[in-house]
Design a protein around this ligand. Structure first.
Ligand code: KIV
Length: 296
């Protein structure tokens, strides 16, 4: 059973850069290879990629130099995640991260980007109080960083807020499944959606945020078949992290994919061992200083 309200599909009738209306699922003539156009990525680009069955690459970034490197490697979307708190700021969860932390790092990422779409996580406490609070803080983020979109955690309970923002012109990315800002409530970073009740709740969450006007949906740490079902049931692109291969896009945390973290979540393989490379360089430099070999 799918839970997609009809107007969820209607909302997704967008116009591309030429002003031509298109609907996900309907093949358009002459669609371009998005990766090679070099044009700035927009919300419409992401939707068209879903329609064209083209995977988009999302990656977290927290500063200008990582933004530049990510873009040079073909990343389409730079997500300034509130994982910032854990991988850069030394906190043991994302809960202490403030709006000012997010603004500071997002502005740096925007300075380093050229064509990528930049999304800023709204941190814990900056949007849950009311749609008005979420609007005020989103405006502050968008105006002071010049990023493209905000992301917030939650499904059905956040639908009214997403609608409030979307109707006022803000691009909102929703995030369901494992939602780290609720770790104190759930007690762990474990997989969500394992029981039938949780599956049904997540399907309702996905439909609700889509119908409310979210432009993309992050699915974190849920069963792969559930992510596949959600992906085929909503008209907006899904972005998977620990959610299997059938999502429209994939996202990983910068430190995890490069092997900078001390340990990775089971669903996030390291594609390099950068932590060891950096440590080795620093140890050799320190030795050279101690032995009088540096400066030469
Ligand atoms: O904060 C973050 O980095 C995120 C991603 C893991 C999706 O929300």
């Amino acid at each position: 059973m799918h839970f997609v309200p009809e107007n969820c599909m209607l909302r997704a009738i967008l116009k591309d850069a030429t002003g031509t209306a298109f609907v996900p699922g309907a093949k358009r003539k002459g669609s371009m290879d998005i990766e090679t156009t070099g044009k700035p990525v927009t919300a419409a680009t992401l939707l068209r990629a879903k329609q064209d069955d083209q995977k988009m690459i999302w990656l977290t970034a927290y500063d200008a130099s990582s933004a530049q490197l990510a873009e040079a490697s073909g990343v389409d979307v730079l997500l300034v995640g509130d994982s910032l708190g854990m991988v850069c700021l030394g906190y043991d969860s994302t809960i202490p991260v403030t709006l000012n932390d997010m603004i500071h790092h997002t502005a740096a990422v925007v300075r380093g980007r050229n064509r990528a779409w930049v999304v800023c996580d709204l941190p814990f406490g900056s949007y849950q109080l009311s749609p008005e609070q979420a609007f005020e803080n989103s405006v502050q983020v968008l105006q002071s960083t010049r990023c493209d979109a905000v992301k917030l955690e939650g499904g059905v309970p956040m639908a009214e807020t997403i609608r409030f923002l979307a109707e006022r012109g803000i691009a909102v990315v929703a995030h369901i499944g494992l939602t780290p800002q609720s770790v104190k409530k759930f007690g762990s970073y474990g997989r969500r959606g394992k029981s039938q009740d949780e599956r049904e709740a997540l399907l309702l969450d996905a439909a609700a945020v889509c119908e409310a006007g979210a432009v993309a949906l992050v699915l974190e740490n849920i069963p792969h078949d559930l992510a596949a079902e959600i992906t085929s049931s909503v008209s907006i692109p899904t972005v998977g992290i620990g959610a299997g291969p059938d999502c429209d896009a994939q996202v990983l945390v910068w430190h995890d994919v490069l092997g900078l973290s001390e340990s990775n979540p089971p669903f996030a393989p390291a594609y390099a061992g950068v932590r060891e490379v950096m440590k080795d360089a620093l140890v050799r430099w320190g030795d050279d200083v101690r032995q009088g070999r540096f400066p030469g």
